[in-house]
Design a protein around this ligand. Sequence first.
Ligand SMILES: N=C(N)NCCCC(=O)O
Ligand SMILES: [Zn+2]
Ligand SMILES: [Zn+2]
Length: 327
Amino acid sequence: MSTSRPSPGQPVGPVDSSRIPRYAGPATFARLPRIDQVGGAADVAVVGVPFDTGVSYRPGARFGGNAIREASRLLRPYNPAQDASPFALAQVADAGDIAVNPFDINEAVETIEEATGELLSTGARLMTLGGDHTIALPVLRSVARKHGPVALLHFDAHLDTWDTYFGAEYTHGTPFRRAFEEGILDTSALSHVGTRGPLYGKQDLDDDAKMGFGIVTSADVMRRGVDEVADQLRQRIGDRPLYISIDIDVLDPAHAPGTGTPEAGGLTSRELLEILRGLADCHLVSADLVEVAPAYDHAEMTSVAASHTAYELTTIMSRQIAAARES
Ligand SMILES: N=C(N)NCCCC(=O)O
Ligand SMILES: [Zn+2]
Ligand SMILES: [Zn+2]
């Protein structure tokens, strides 16, 4: 299917939905070209990681990436909230899926680290679509190899700094403890946003605080409002290289039922999008969006919310790439 090609040297944009119905043809993220259609390299690579062997409750996030691609057909090329046309400012392309072993978590983690490392080495920033939250660890390893320890902004109902589950080190509840232990996080700028719900014990919070995390709970967002929260996060992050990890269960199950470990009392999709827009000037080096499990979704509510969230993140990265090119 043809993509819109404005002029030589300009990014190849999405399929033109005024000429080719947006529901036609195979889905790529936002109807963008595949990476092989733009010479095998992109400024921002959207990459799927269909892996959910790390989950502790409902499985199914292995289908998340493709559900997000399907739900992203309605995204349009101009983002008024950030006054930017992300796919014209930089080459954004869909890099397909990383083929990971569903039967061997250790091997899967290695494969993800290798494949994301290769994409990063071409100069791309990554917008990774999970998959369960386990995948954030190998992506963070590759990102830290390139940038050094990164600031982490983690949107999630859960802390994901637990130690082990059934003795397993690599699970969707443990990626950030492993990352902390490996020294790949900048411990002066770690934040969870949207945290809520029952824990195993108070110790969970003490351990988490010792690693250096600050917490903005879901109730804090409601009480203080998105602008104040975004301001505070921006101050904490400063100009450090920033990685944003978004577990879709940060949203209330009313906004995102299609996920594996839902918790009541979450953010609205409007709050999540607005906080992200408030961080548009942070130095976002890569991001992931995980835990969309379409089997529990209704009317694509969760995958639509996820596709818009990924759109906001790709817009932030494209704007920065364009600004860096200019300066
Ligand atoms: N959804 C993520 N990433 N983690 C949830 C782990 C919660 C648990 O089973 O205790
Ligand atoms: Zn979660
Ligand atoms: Zn999580």
